[in-house]
Ligand binder design. Structure first.
Ligand code: TSJ
Length: 639
């Protein structure tokens, strides 16, 4: 379909907005910070669509000082003309669920947020939302409060507030604090999303500004090298085996773009996108790519005599050893399934991606045999390691299975009712000791962890499994573990409903949490998907006032608030570590389910931990501090 087939008439009207305010979670996933950020992405996606239609080159995203967000672009402007129902098309976009070109078969369908719900949902969940459209020589304006228009239209048309020669759309909205837990946008996530969008759309420039800060932060995201630049940046601190390889193609009306590079490390990172949406759970496009890749490497390995007749083929995991890849496709009718609706389900994408991958890789490897040989060498290394690990694993499983209880480190709880049991993974022996005394021994198990556990990103699997603390943990959980070479993980066997990481609120504590999350993310991701992993948030301060009640304060914000609301002299005790608390204090502040503060770990946190592990290991202290500082302020009450 051409650019001009869309007009005010191609918007289909489905239902009203009350449903959205009643059940926001159904439309944006959750009312946590993640759902809040999705509001920005929903709006942003419209501008990206305009870019994909060939009509927009610049997008501005501003986090305003008053807590609202502004997104604007230099596209054609939302159509403001009269719709056949008698009101401006713009009104329908913002007041009707599913109104918009995306859901209409006659118009283009490209990007679309988490559930592709669109701008009316954002409107319904905003205290106020203002729209300005520049088109046809004029600037038009429309305004809403909690989804309801506040301007009366004359003959169904929007008021003109000025003249201009430019075109574009400008939206400013403030999320509704009666709907969301908190309404502070999380800048790290938004910046990541904008950067990702810039990599996927090399012709686009995104200007980000955070005006909430005393010194506004400004970043321009422009990645003219596209996904090739993405791979380069992801691998910039690693030893590359070859330059980034890129190919693209079209099959069955599906556009496919792939960039990849092997590095000298023992892990893979294959990321999929469909219509600019990150597919966390993978899907048919990823399967198509992996299948073709495995076949082609095995075929060449035999042709080159690297695999002999008697040798078994390399496994998929072997051939992806050290691979970083981005597979980005454009599909006219994407369907998503899976727990978080981030798994592409279209079968035609599997065929199309594997066909293009096959054809293009064959063409490339025929001309670059040296690179091909280096890539096959990565698979050989993996296969060798795999065989030794398979041995190590059988040995370990038979030797260790029954010595677990004599290990002595785990103080297990008495109850066998997994739904009521919790395990605390506690950093340090002294805190571990206090926790053992303080706990509710019926339902709370304590596992002290000493020093830094192995960095699982760098260590090979047999080393990870040989680590005493990790072994104890795997056996304590009771569900085995999964890795590339066979999935032994069984979440139904999990012995604890909550796995709670308890570490000091300092750099080392954050490091340990990051490593544990990396371990769970890589080997037991279901624990996180199903919401079993938590981080304990011990208090930072105890205030002892000259008169009145003592209080524990969990962050600096709470301290500021205390200072502002209490006009008495007080003693301030700062906890440097869990070890400073006696068992009773530890119980009151961190263990007691009625009073403690827990943060549930979401898959994004774990994924980022895994990415950051590399950064934390590779770099000196300053960047570490920044990361930990920026992530130390997100906590939610455990209910
Ligand atoms: F989310 C939103 F609707 F509020 C929104 C839409 C927010 C932002 C920041 C931008 C946009 C938007 C919509 N930018 N550009 C457009 N373009 C259209 O809606 C449009 C304009 C003209 C035509 C045409 O065929 O003439 C088609 C479309 C889809």
């Amino acid at each position: 379909m051409g650019k001009n087939t869309y007009d005010a008439e191609s918007i289909t009207v489905l239902e009203g907005l009350e449903a959205v305010r009643k059940r926001p979670g159904m439309y944006i996933g959750s009312v946590s910070t993640r759902g809040l950020n999705h509001l920005v992405y929903e709006i942003l996606d419209n501008s990206v669509d305009e870019h994909l239609a060939g009509c927009c080159t610049e997008i501005h995203v501003t986090l305003e000082a008053d807590g609202s967000a502004t997104v604007s672009d230099n596209g054609r402007g939302i159509p403001v003309g009269m719709h056949k129902k008698g009101i401006s098309a713009e009104r329908l976009v913002f007041t009707t669920l599913h109104a918009g070109g995306k859901f209409d078969n006659t118009a283009y369908k490209t990007s679309g947020g988490l559930h592709g719900v669109g701008s009316s949902v954002v409107n319904a969940l905003s205290t106020y939302l203002t729209v300005r459209v520049k088109t046809g020589g004029f600037i038009y304006e429309d305004k809403y409060e909690r989804g309801n228009p506040t301007i009366e239209l004359e003959k169904g048309l929007l008021p003109v507030i000025g003249k201009t020669k430019e075109t574009g759309t400008w939206i400013n909205f403030l999320p509704d604090d009666t709907i969301f837990d908190k309404i502070r946008f999380k800048e790290e996530d938004i910046k990541n999303r904008l950067h990702e969008t810039a990599y996927l759309n090399p012709g686009l420039t995104i200007y980000y500004e955070d005006k909430r800060k005393d010194e506004p932060e400004k970043i321009t995201f422009h990645e003219p090298d596209g996904i090739v630049g993405y791979i380069k940046d992801m691998n910039k601190t690693s030893e590359a085996v070859h330059d980034v390889i890129y190919f693209s193609g079209k099959n069955d009306n599906i556009e496919i773009e792939v960039a990849f590079q092997f590095i000298n490390e023992f892990h893979e990172n294959v990321m999929g996108f469909c219509n600019n949406i990150y597919t966390l759970e993978g899907g048919t496009h990823i399967t198509g790519f992996k299948t073709a890749f495995t076949n082609i490497i095995n075929t060449y390995a035999r042709e080159l005599g690297i695999l002999k007749d008697k040798d078994q083929n390399f496994t998929g995991t072997d051939v992806r050893n050290g691979l970083t890849a981005v597979v980005s496709i454009k599909h006219s009718d994407p369907r998503f399934e899976g727990q978080t609706k981030t798994k592409l389900d279209n079968q035609d994408a599997l065929k199309a991606v594997s066909k293009v991958t096959n054809d293009e890789l064959e063409r490339y490897f025929d001309r670059n045999v040296e690179i091909l040989k280096n890539i096959i060498a990565c698979a050989e290394k993996a296969a060798k390691l795999r065989k030794s690990e398979e041995k190590a694993k059988t040995n370990m499983l038979t030797k260790q299975k029954f010595s677990f209880d004599s290990n002595g480190k785990l103080s297990n709880c008495e109850s066998k009712d997994a739904s009521k049991c919790e395990i605390f993974i506690v950093e340090g022996d002294s805190a571990g000791g206090s926790a053992k005394m303080a706990r509710n021994r019926m339902y709370q198990a304590i596992l002290p962890i000493r020093g830094k556990i192995l960095n699982v990103e760098k260590a090979s699997i047999d080393k990870v499994l040989a680590n005493a603390e990790i072994k104890t943990m795997i056996y304590a959980f009771g569900c085995g573990f999964s890795e590339g070479y066979g999935n032994d993980f069984d979440i139904t066997k999990l012995r604890y409903d909550k796995i709670i990481i308890m570490a000091d609120a300092d750099v080392d504590g954050a490091h340990i949490s990051t490593l544990l999350l990396t371990l769970f993310f890589r080997f037991m991701p279901e624990l996180i998907y199903e919401g079993h992993v938590y981080i304990a948030m011990p208090p930072l301060y105890k205030v002892i006032p000259s008169k009145g009640e003592e209080e524990y304060l969990y962050n600096d914000e709470a301290l500021e608030k205390y200072k502002a609301t209490h006009n008495v002299s007080y003693k301030l005790q700062r906890y440097k570590g869990l070890g400073e608390m006696d068992p009773e204090q530890l119980w009151e502040t961190t263990l007691d389910p009625a009073r403690r503060l827990l943060k549930r770990v979401e898959i994004d946190d774990a994924k980022r931990a895994s990415e950051v592990t590399e950064l934390l290991m590779g770099l000196e202290v300053p960047p570490r501090r920044t990361f930990i500082y920026e992530n130390a302020n997100e906590a939610e009450l455990d209910v």
